[in-house]
Design a protein around this ligand. Structure first.
Ligand SMILES: C[S@@+](CC[C@H](N)C(=O)[O-])C[C@H]1O[C@@H](n2cnc3c(N)ncnc32)[C@H](O)[C@@H]1O
Length: 296
């Protein structure tokens, strides 16, 4: 783990700052060591910090971690089938998805649920000046990603964490990307709040997963997909976006069977003049009408 990464970490449990003690180094990276605060100790093994929280994962998170650990070496077989089924070119789709980040210059990007690292590679190819932290719940997937991205050592770092309990300080990333896991996260809304927390104001979050577009969901096309995989019944979780989400866009990709949401982080809901008198017979203001609605 690189010093630049340890400098932006915090405990995913208590939010306290963590101090790094290195037992062994490889180059300028901690290979074995620990991150600690008061009575918490988070291990670093073979260069990867394990900051998965809570220690007792929800049943679904524990199940998916196990499935991805067991299936990591054969993950690409499933991807090949998926892209072929939709007559899509994997590289092209991943390029388009990651292009929505619109990353430029020396930015820091979190690729959460990075899988085998294909999206991170596209992110770096779009912006060779950026640095990417690849994080995943599964050590199997993370090990594959590390192996696949050896050519990008300078720009990458890897750690284990739960997307719903991120081990990063507030507002440290310029952009965050996540694709393919959120439908299955045990605490989906919390994860979106965490995505928002760790990006800088004005920073961008892009995330997506299975979810057939509404105009197809009830047609035979949607039924075929849902019969094979119930995850296609998911809807994009727009109601779970933070109040400050701005410039929200939704894309339907891969045969309109996956959603991709992008938003920028603003501090709160859009500005609203609640004291401006509303013309017309009923009159009042947004504030007075709202107060009245609470009385009834
Ligand atoms: C379908 S794969 C997608 C991988 C990659 N993003 C891609 O597009 O190929 C889902 C990934 O999310 C990870 N994952 C699942 N639940 C997670 C969680 N709660 N926090 C972080 N990662 C999670 C899995 O280990 C897996 O690598």
């Amino acid at each position: 783990m690189k010093a630049a990464t340890s400098a932006i970490l915090q405990s995913p449990e208590s939010g306290k700052p963590l101090s790094l003690s290195s037992v062994s180094l490889q180059g300028d990276e901690t290979w074995e060591g620990k991150l600690s605060c008061q009575d918490e100790v988070w291990p670093i093994k073979e260069g990867i910090a394990d900051l998965v929280s809570p220690l007792e994962l929800s049943a679904s998170d524990a199940r998916f971690r196990e499935e991805y650990n067991v299936g990591s070496a054969r993950y690409q077989e499933g991807m090949d089938w998926l892209f072929n089924a939709f007559y899509e070119d994997e590289g092209k789709v991943r390029n388009q998805m990651t292009k929505t980040l619109n990353s430029q210059g020396p930015e820091l990007i979190l690729d959460l649920g990075c899988g085998t690292g294909k999206d991170a590679e596209c992110i770096i190819n779009h912006n060779p000046q950026c640095r990417v932290i690849l994080a995943d719940l599964s050590i199997g997937m993370l090990a594959e990603a590390k192996k696949n991205l050896t050519a990008y050592k300078e720009q990458t770092d890897f750690l284990l964490c739960n997307g719903s309990h991120l081990p990063f300080q507030d507002s440290v990333f310029d952009r965050l990307f996540h694709f393919g896991g959120i439908n299955e996260f045990g605490e989906k809304q919390r994860a979106i709040e965490e995505f928002n927390r760790v990006v800088k104001p004005g920073g961008k979050v892009v995330f997506g997963d299975e979810g057939v577009a509404p105009w197809l969901a009830q047609k035979e096309y949607g039924d075929i997909l849902k019969a094979a995989n119930p995850l296609y019944a998911h809807e994009p979780p727009l109601a779970d976006l933070p109040a400050g989400a701005s410039n929200v866009k939704i894309h339907w990709i891969m045969g309109n069977a996956f959603y991709l949401i992008e938003f920028e982080k603003a501090e709160g809901p859009p500005p609203l003049n609640t004291e401006l008198t509303i013309p017309g017979k009923r009159g009042g203001t947004l504030a007075s009408r709202y107060r009245d609605s609470k009385k009834n």
